[in-house]
Ligand binder design. Structure first.
Ligand SMILES: Nc1ncnc2c1ncn2[C@@H]1O[C@H](COP(=O)(O)OP(=O)(O)OP(=O)(O)O)[C@@H](O)[C@H]1O
Ligand SMILES: [Mg+2]
Length: 348
């Protein structure tokens, strides 16, 4: 009530609260009453002489692997957590500035999504970075819980809902009921590991070295984890390791499927573990409702079909899987009193 009064009085000077999905691959920001206002790669380019940030997001991503010695383009998050504290802070400060055009009288309150397997030290690092980047208060929420809220699952009910969020750095599997995580399994395997598996496969089979971004592109263009109705082919370029010169070769989707077998099977093993430790009453809810997949990794062709074959359960890929986590965190930030129970404690 009082906040509403102040808002009326000071108009846009009091900032709206924000939800941040600080992911290994992409950072998304949701502003209260506005929705998703930013979706940028989690990349920052710094000038190593001045130690100043030159670019963030898409602009910095274009520089990855192509910079002169004095510029360093980095992905400052690794496996779902902060790898470089200072860079994350700089990057977030720029992102927050991009979303809030006016000078603000009061800094925003932020909800930040973190992997459910995060340690207390890692939580502390996230809180500090986001506070230093300009937030007034920081609350943390586990990614799969936010994802579940984002896809509209009734997380406050006593029914079991299972969500698998496959991001760039982590895969989070959680069974949620009564606002809490009943069982979870969090592994540091996600889209990045898939890219690495493709890179290694091409290197071993063809003596060809490709970059991380090419590997990701191959995965997105022709990657799969279940036989396709029509197998695909694609030309790729890299450096011939024997002759040391650039070379072009053709790869098929079935080869890439072989390359992806290991990371995909690690994800399936984690799903099996989560299912094994599910209490019987809730297991029957999963049989009725199936499992929802979110995160960019869920877009891998045939992953739902392969997981259905593996588990015999109904598997659904969420609409706009990359946005589910931030959307859920946004719903939480707009209805904090209803969702108080889902906030994580620790690392304060
Ligand atoms: N069509 C696609 N097919 C396969 N993978 C895809 C596709 N589109 C995006 N991805 C992958 O999804 C991953 C990014 O997903 P997402 O944005 O959910 O991750 P994140 O939230 O940044 O990471 P994390 O949650 O692990 O910190 C990347 O590895 C990307 O290559
Ligand atoms: Mg994520």
């Amino acid at each position: 009530m009082r906040l509403r009064f102040f808002r009326k009085l000071f108009g846009g000077l009091i900032s709206n609260n924000v939800a941040i999905d600080l992911g290994t691959s992409s950072t998304l920001i949701f502003v209260e009453n506005q929705g998703i206002v930013l979706n940028e790669p989690t990349v920052i380019a710094m000038d190593s002489k001045t130690n100043r940030s030159i670019a963030v997001g898409k602009e910095a991503q274009r520089m990855l692997g192509r910079t002169p010695p004095n510029i360093k383009a980095t992905r400052p998050m690794k496996d779902g957590v902060i790898a470089d504290f200072q860079m994350v802070e700089e990057m977030l400060r720029s992102f927050l500035r991009m979303t809030m055009k006016k000078r603000l009288l009061m800094r925003p309150r932020a909800i930040v999504c973190v992997p459910s397997g995060i340690t207390a030290v890692e939580m502390r690092a996230v809180r500090d970075s986001v506070e230093h980047a300009g937030a007034r208060e920081v609350y943390l929420v586990a990614e799969p819980v936010a994802a579940a809220v984002g896809v509209g699952l009734p997380v406050n009910d006593p029914y079991g809902n299972m969500v698998i969020d496959i991001g760039g750095g982590t895969t989070e599997i959680a069974l949620i009921a009564l606002s809490g995580i009943v069982t979870k399994s969090s592994i540091r395997v996600g889209g990045d590991e898939m890219d690495e598996a493709i890179l290694q496969y091409i290197k071993k089979k063809y003596n060809l070295l490709i970059g991380d971004r090419s590997a990701e592109n191959i995965k997105i263009q022709i990657g799969s984890s279940f036989p396709l109705d029509e197998e695909k082919e694609m030309e790729i370029r890299g450096n011939d390791l024997v002759r040391g010169i650039p070379k072009t070769i053709k790869v098929s989707s079935s080869e890439i499927r072989t390359a992806l077998q290991e990371p995909v099977s690690m994800i399936f093993t984690a799903v099996r573990h989560a299912l094994e430790s599910t209490p019987p009453e809730l297991a029957s809810d999963i049989v009725d409702n199936g499992i929802v997949m979110t995160g960019g990794g869920a877009l891998l062709r045939g992953l739902d079909a392969a997981l259905k074959e593996e588990t015999n359960l109904f598997i659904k890929v969420a609409d706009n899987p990359i946005e589910c986590v931030v959307k859920g965190a946004g719903i939480i930030v707009e209805n904090l009193t209803d969702y108080e129970e889902v906030l994580m404690t620790g690392g304060e």
